[in-house]
Every structure is written in C-alpha cells, then in structure tokens.
Ligand binder design. Structure first.
Ligand code: NAD
Ligand code: LMR
Length: 324
C-alpha cells in the first residue's frame, strides 16, 4: 500500500461535495491503491451537517479511507495538503451570470490561498470549482506566492465533457470515439468550444465549424448549459460537476491520452492571450503534471469569440484587484 495522501475538499457539506466525497474515498480519483486522509472544510454553521457526512463516510467502510477530519479552520484543514478541491462558494440562481457571484465568493479564496501558502505541501495540486472559478483561482493563486502558479487550476472539465457528449450525440456514436475537443477561455457564457482538431472515430471533423449548427446550436448550448440545468432543476449542476472535478484531478495525477481543457495561468502562452489570467487552454496530462499544447492553429472563425472571453476575464480580474 502507498503512503496516504491528504485531500482537502471545501464546501464539504454542500451539494457538489456530497457527490464527490464518496467517490474520492472509494479510490475513483487517485486510484485503487492510494489511501487518502480526507480533510473536509466548511464554514462553522455547517459543522453539524458535515458531521452527518462524516458518519456516512464511516458507514461505507472504504478500505482506502485512512482518516477523516472535519473543520472550519483553514490552517488545520490545509495542513500538508496534497490535493485540494476548492468547491465551497455560493451557487448562482436563475437569471444570474456566474460573474455576479464574484463579490460574495471572491473573498473566500484569499484566505484559502494564504492558508495553502502557509501550510500545504509545496507540490499541492489545486482545482477551483466555486464560481466564477477562473477568477477565484486567480485570487487563490495570488495569495500563495510560495506555490508554483501552475499548481492552481480552474475547472473547465465540465464544459469539455459537455462538448464531448453533444458531439457523440450528433454523430450518434460512443463517447470514447470523440477526441481532441478544446474549450478556451472562461467558465462562463463566453467560453469557446472549439472543434477544429476534434476527431470522431479517428476522423477529423473540422469542416463542422463552417456548418450553421456549430455557431447557432453547439456553441450557445455549451456556453449556456449551466443555466439550462438551473432552469430545469431549480439548482445548479452537482453530480456532473463532481464528476468533472474527480476526472480533472484523476487525469492530472494519473495521466490521460486525450486532450483536456484546463483553466491555468496564461503566463508565457503562445496564443497572444494576456498574461495573469486563469484561461482555459488545451493541455495534456502525464507523470503527475499537465502541459499546455502550444501549437494549435486557432481557426479565424473563433478569433472574435476568443477576444470576448479574454476581455471578460480581464474585467473580472480588474474588479477584484484588492483581493490579489
Ligand atoms: P452548495 O450551496 O450546495 O454548497 C456550497 C457549500 O460551500 C456550503 O456547504 C457552504 O456552507 C460552503 N461554503 C460557503 N462558504 C465557504 C467557505 N468560506 N469555506 C468553505 N465552505 C464554504 O453549492 P454547490 O452546488 O456545491 O456549488 C458550489 C460552487 O460550485 C458554486 O459556486 C457553484 O456555482 C460552483 N459550480 C462550479 C462548476 C464549475 O464547472 N466550475 C460547476 C457547478 C457548480
Ligand atoms: C455549471 O456550469 O453547471 C456550473 O458552473 C453552475 C452554473 O452556475 O452554471
């Protein structure tokens, strides 16, 4: 058996966490031979509910679950953290955009970044899920100067997987047949799902970009899928978000042979995107790290879309300069 690793989940008494925690404890994120110490963080008023989650975890008798800590103390929670899923934050309601949450949620990520800086392991892998995820990740990163900025990522995997599912549907094929999808930019309604390199059953489908289906149906569907779920469910996505968080971290830790979309610091990118943004780029994961794919030719059709999502991220960043 390997030595246990410390996995922090914030917002641990919330909806997404309830779909994620048990899967992490069962080995679906870090592998069937990797024991975990689960460190569950929420705010003080949620401690009783969190105790209930802990009881249920105990009752599952997961062989890989080495220990469980529940706390609202960030320094206790993040101590020697190896993996962090930063989920805890308000979800939006019908009619809101995710960036409308920045005023309330942005301030959550400053003290979390500081605690990560002070007490987490230096090679910690961090995924920000709480919305608006990209700018919250930027806030956490800026408050953790002793951690490599690359260790901070924001979740675009749900958008990536939504794209794969829609394409598999259109081509009436299995999910496994769809490869090399890209989602650029912000996890918002400006994100840019790009099929220029996408392959279905090994065949490139880039001609679909000139089909009205791509701009009139596909792009808006993916951009607005979160809102579509809120409209139908009355609540934001939870199980699919938890699934995306687990697979993002799983592939980062264990590798993947397909392209992935990862919100990451834009510094040094080859696409002319401004520096100091958490921007989603196509990436590959292997040996416990991810690398941005540097040589994608961005289709002209997408230039204006990319500028809009970049501009939105700049505006979001400029509205939280006091937190950086
Ligand atoms: P929820 O309201 O069910 O749970 C949020 C939890 O966070 C609550 O238990 C709350 O007490 C806790 N919390 C609040 N402030 C906290 C703090 N400072 N520290 C620790 N915990 C804190 O919400 P949810 O449905 O689980 O969604 C959580 C967040 O994830 C929302 O912001 C939502 O918009 C976002 N989300 C992101 C994606 C994505 O793709 N990036 C997908 C779905 C949802
Ligand atoms: C989603 O994409 O489902 C989440 O970001 C939740 C939301 O507010 O749309």
């Amino acid at each position: 058996m390997k030595k246990p690793v410390n996995v922090v989940i914030t917002g641990a008494a919330g909806n997404i966490a309830y779909s994620a925690i048990f899967r992490v404890a069962s080995g679906q994120m870090l592998g069937n031979d990797q024991p975990v110490n689960l460190k569950l963080i929420d705010i003080e008023p949620a401690m009783n509910a969190l105790k209930g989650v802990m009881y249920e975890l105990e009752d599952c008798a997961f062989p890989l679950l080495n220990s469980i800590t529940t706390t609202y103390d960030l320094n206790q929670g993040f101590e020697e953290c190896d993996y962090a899923l930063l989920i805890g934050a308000k979800p939006r309601m019908k009619g809101m955009e995710r960036k409308d949450l920045l005023k309330d949620n942005g301030k959550i990520f400053k003290p979390q970044g500081q605690a990560i800086n002070n007490v987490a392991n230096k090679n910690v892998k961090i995924l920000v899920v709480g919305n608006p995820a990209n700018t919250n990740a930027l806030i956490a990163m800026h408050n953790a100067p002793s951690i490599d900025p690359k260790q901070f990522t924001s979740m675009m995997r749900l958008d990536h997987d939504r794209s794969i599912a829609q394409i598999a549907n259109k081509y009436e094929t299995n999910i496994n047949e769809v490869k090399k999808v890209i989602v650029w930019g912000n996890h918002s309604n400006t994100q840019v799902p790009d099929l220029s390199y996408t392959e279905v059953s090994g065949k490139n489908i880039k001609e679909i970009i000139n089909d009205p289906w791509y701009t009139n149906d596909f792009i808006p569907r993916i951009q607005n899928r979160g809102a579509e779920i809120i409209e139908a469910r009355g609540l934001s996505s939870a199980a699919s978000a938890a699934n995306a968080a687990i697979t993002h971290m799983r592939d980062w830790a264990q590798g993947s042979n397909d392209w992935l979309s990862i919100g990451q610091i834009s510094n040094g990118n080859s696409y002319g995107i401004s520096e100091n943004l958490m921007f989603s780029f196509p990436s590959l994961c292997s040996n416990g790290s991810y690398e941005r794919i540097a040589d994608v030719n961005m289709s002209d059709v997408l230039n204006d879309y990319i500028k809009i999502t970049e501009q939105e991220l700049i505006q979001e960043r400029d509205s939280v300069l006091d937190l950086l």
